[in-house]
Design a protein. Structure first.
Ligand code: GUN
Ligand code: ZN
Length: 428
């Protein structure tokens, strides 16, 4: 029966967080097979047990490939797909020189459709099955990505980016139109099929206090939506925020005072945090999103993964396309490892894989649906070839255990390592 499938291989799941406890790898569990039915995981365990569960299932044998939950990219800008890898600017100049002119094009629905589909093709090829995306100020850009994801049966989160100042003519809304357009998009898309809406004020430099207040009011009216924004990415940006909001205690306070701090809040970058900000983020159970390739590419700084994890923050991992330099969560894990090394705290392969799946899913408050392999969870899966290039194959052949082998793919792998992707129980 076509709707019953057993994938056989080295199946990785997590029973807890590899940032808690003595040895990171103890949070991971290895199985022989995963059974899928009607878009969901029907079971995971020994191959003979999965066969007993689904005697008539089609078996797809992946040998010693690694099968895990599809990657979850917790902070992206799909409209920046075509300007990824733009040279030589730091954050504010990069936005003005490259990003804003490109985002201007998304009032054209056909262009938005083209890039949305190209973006989902690229990320799927890299094993990413869920993204949380900023769009542009144009509602058309939101319709485009949700329509593309809905057609593919994909679980995504997205929202209209709101900006009413410090952005060029043609890329500004107002407090009222931002509220009304966002409310209409929530009514059209939120919780439709596998789609979730995120209220999306870009960052406090491009929103007036009145707009931030309107976004806070909208979130209070729709508390089951996520809210995504940027926080403390670059020192120049923080100084600018201080001059724009002289009364605020710190950057986070520019959100907090307008009701934009909460447990369903996602704060991208969060590199240069003050003690009060860390305290409040933790108190609310808000999510911080680490964007390591972006933080090196735009020259922003080094996220304090170990310190923030140790104090109990909720943390996801993201490419931040197109400030980030890759669509690949493997490249993103490698960058997270390298930043850890620069801080003297290298991350274990189990921690990196957890961040790219369960950690990001928990940041999006979707950890009961995606980001892990367990009975009843949605069957979004990635199958990784741990010997995808001659360079990786020779290193993996020399590995003493799975973690050493998979670490070579994390550090040197790309879309060639992605042997197969399953979305909602369907092979892509
Ligand atoms: N801060 C505000 N907007 C952006 C953006 O598009 N990319 C990044 N990296 N930071 C931002
Ligand atoms: Zn961003």
């Amino acid at each position: 029966m076509a709707s019953q499938i057993i994938l056989r291989g080295q199946v990785l799941s997590f029973g807890g967080s590899p940032f808690e406890g003595e040895a990171p790898q103890e949070a991971a569990q290895l199985h022989e097979a995963v059974a899928v039915q009607d878009g969901l995981v029907a079971g995971v365990g020994a191959f003979k047990d999965m066969q007993a569960l689904q005697p008539a299932a089609q078996v797809v044998d992946h040998g010693d490939h690694l099968i895990m939950a599809g990657f979850v990219d917790a902070h992206v800008h799909y409209p920046q797909t075509a300007i990824i890898a733009s040279w030589g600017k730091r954050l504010i100049d990069w936005l003005n020189a490259y990003t804003f002119p490109e985002e201007m094009r998304f009032g054209d629905r056909s262009y938005a459709d083209e890039v949305a589909n190209r973006y989902l093709d690229l990320t799927t090829a890299n094993g990413t099955t869920t993204v949380c995306s900023f769009c542009t100020i144009h509602p058309e850009s939101v319709d485009a990505i949700f329509t593309a994801a809905q057609t593919r049966g994909q679980r995504i989160v997205a929202g209209k980016t709101c900006m009413d100042r410090n952005a060029p003519e043609g890329l500004r809304d107002t407090p009222q139109t931002a509220y009304d357009d966002s409310a209409a998009l929530i009514a059209r898309w939120h919780r439709v099929d596998r789609l979730d809406y995120a209220i999306t004020p870009r960052f406090s430099p491009t929103s007036s206090p009145e707009q931030l207040e309107a976004m806070g009011a909208l979130w209070a009216k729709h508390p089951d939506c996520l809210m995504q924004t940027h926080l403390s990415e670059q020192l120049d940006e923080i100084a600018w925020v201080r001059s724009l909001f002289p009364q605020a205690r710190d950057y986070l306070d520019t959100y907090e005072q307008f009701g934009l701090l909460g447990a369903r809040g996602l704060y991208g970058h969060a590199i240069h945090l003050e003690e009060r900000e860390r305290h409040r983020l933790r108190e609310y159970g808000a999510a911080l999103v680490h964007c390591p390739t972006s933080n090196t590419f735009i020259g922003s700084g080094m996220f304090d993964m170990q310190g923030l994890m140790a104090e109990g923050q909720r943390i996801g991992l993201a490419t931040d396309t197109g400030g980030g330099s890759s669509f690949s969560m493997l490249r993103t894990m490698a960058a997270a490892y390298e930043i850890g090394q620069l801080r003297g705290t290298p991350l274990h392969a189990a921690q990196l894989l957890w961040l790219a799946s369960q950690g990001s899913a928990a940041a999006l408050r979707l950890e009961d649906k995606i980001g892990n392999i367990a009975k009843g969870m949605e069957a979004d899966l990635v199958v990784l070839d741990l010997a995808s290039t001659p360079a990786i194959a020779q290193r993996a052949a020399n590995a003493k255990d799975l973690w050493e082998a998979v670490f070579a793919t994390i550090m040197m792998g790309d879309d060639r390592a992605v042997a197969e992707v399953w979305i909602g129980g369907m092979r892509v």
